[in-house]
Design a protein. Structure first.
Length: 404
């Protein structure tokens, strides 16, 4: 198929729910993608966080190739060597105490499991989430997601979800009631604009939940697995939740969702109360084992921290040059640049020049590159962004539009 045929066929045959860019990607290696015409891109979209280890990481590729001839699927009602190995590797790296896991296929599913588990364990229905939060789009996860544009077409959602202003412990305290099962929060809000909490907030939330006997759930679907420079985002603040959700990069690019909890909490689920057909399939688990090995053996967390620091300093330098940059935020390789206007044109112009960048809301450029991105690639991103922002500024000045 040529470029036009691919685009036409996806447009015709696939549900029209993705804001698509007219780029047909056919190959990837590390932090580089190539389109069907051979054009090269630096990938700062990183598959919305999936390609954290880099595209086609050699250890993941080898593990998949090795497993694929042995066994691809195996329902969790039977035991499997790769599932067992993955669970051991996983719980060896999760924060202390979070050592019992439910395996699923996506972030939203991991969140669904966490919500059900909190209700089952506490016998209470209410979940407190944050304004600005994103937890996925299935009905339970969507009930915890904040943005009206995702929620309103599907009302009524699951009852007993409350949203409170973020970064404000008093508002959480006021919201907690006799009915509250859990507080659910992303350690750093991703979709909500790369918002890092103020120091002391997550520690305070832990203390408050303990005081009120309410569970604390961290949604680490985007922050988990080294992205922020620590293996889990919560480790930046030394806080451990009762339940944690993981997904995106954990199986090196294959679909996975993981809900980990303290043993006594996960044990609240009785046989049959929660399940999914694909839970912990051998192929996914083989890839997951390789992903965890790569993370540990190649010191990828440290790389995320040091490259993230370099990237952020470069972005902050751009802020001193361009009045249209309002703020630079983030930790490790989870970075955001808030502009004073819509980022759409900037994203499209960057793509034309071989840089793929995400948005996070209308005004924020989001960078979720693979950890294996090189310094040269970061420099290229900065050069292109510098030029594009300059052009946008000039266009606005010429048309008399204020820059701030
Ligand atoms: C924090 C968070 N939770 C949950 C989800 C949902 O994950 P998925 O799209 O795999 O269902 C996302 C997706 O971006 C996310 O960022």
């Amino acid at each position: 198929m040529n470029e036009k045929e691919v685009i036409d066929s996806e447009n015709r045959l696939m549900a029209n729910v993705f804001g698509k860019r007219k780029i047909v990607i056919t190959r990837g290696k590390a932090a580089t993608l190539w389109d069907i015409n051979g054009k090269e891109y630096v990938d700062c979209m990183g598959g919305y966080g999936v390609a954290l280890l880099g595209h086609c990481h050699p250890k993941v590729v080898a593990a998949i190739k090795d497993q694929v001839d042995k066994l691809i699927s195996c329902h969790a009602s039977l035991y499997n060597d790769k599932r067992s190995e993955f669970l051991q590797k996983l719980t060896a790296v999760t924060p202390k105490g979070l050592d019992k896991a439910f395996l699923s296929n996506s972030g939203a599913e991991a969140v669904e499991c966490a919500i059900k588990l909190a209700r089952k364990y506490t016998g209470k229905p209410e979940i407190i989430a944050m304004m600005g939060a994103f937890h996925g789009k299935t009905m339970g996860a969507l009930s915890a997601t904040w943005d009206k544009k995702y929620r309103d077409p599907f009302l009524p959602l699951v009852p007993e979800f409350k949203h409170v202003p973020p970064d404000n412990l008093d508002k959480v305290r006021e919201a907690i009631s006799e009915k509250t099962a859990a507080v659910l929060i992303e350690p750093i809000r991703g979709e909500g604009g790369i918002r890092v909490p103020p120091d002391g907030y997550l520690q305070g939330l832990r203390k408050l939940c303990d005081e009120k006997n309410v569970l604390l759930i961290f949604d680490e679907v985007q922050t988990g697995f080294g992205r922020t420079g620590k293996l889990f985002g919560c480790q930046n603040w030394g806080v451990t939740p009762d339940i944690m959700t993981l997904a995106k990069p954990f199986a090196g690019g294959l679909p996975i969702g993981i809900t980990v909890a303290k043993e006594n909490i996960m044990s609240a689920f009785k046989v049959g109360e929660h399940s999914t057909t694909f839970s912990g399939g051998p192929l996914v688990c083989a890839a997951g084992c390789a992903a965890i090995d790569a993370m540990v053996e190649e010191n990828l967390c440290e790389q995320a921290a040091s490259k993230g620091k370099y990237f952020k300093v470069c972005l902050e330098e751009l802020k001193t040059k361009h009045a249209i940059i309002k703020e630079v935020r983030g930790l490790g390789l989870m970075l955001g640049v808030e502009l004073r206007f819509d980022v759409y044109n900037v994203m499209m112009k960057c793509a034309d020049r071989g840089i793929l960048v995400l948005d996070a809301g209308r005004n924020v450029l989001r960078f979720l590159p693979p950890i294996v991105i090189t310094t040269e690639q970061i420099d290229k991103v900065i050069t292109v962004l510098d030029a594009v922002l300059g052009e946008e500024e000039n266009a606005r000045t010429a048309s008399g539009t204020p820059l701030n």
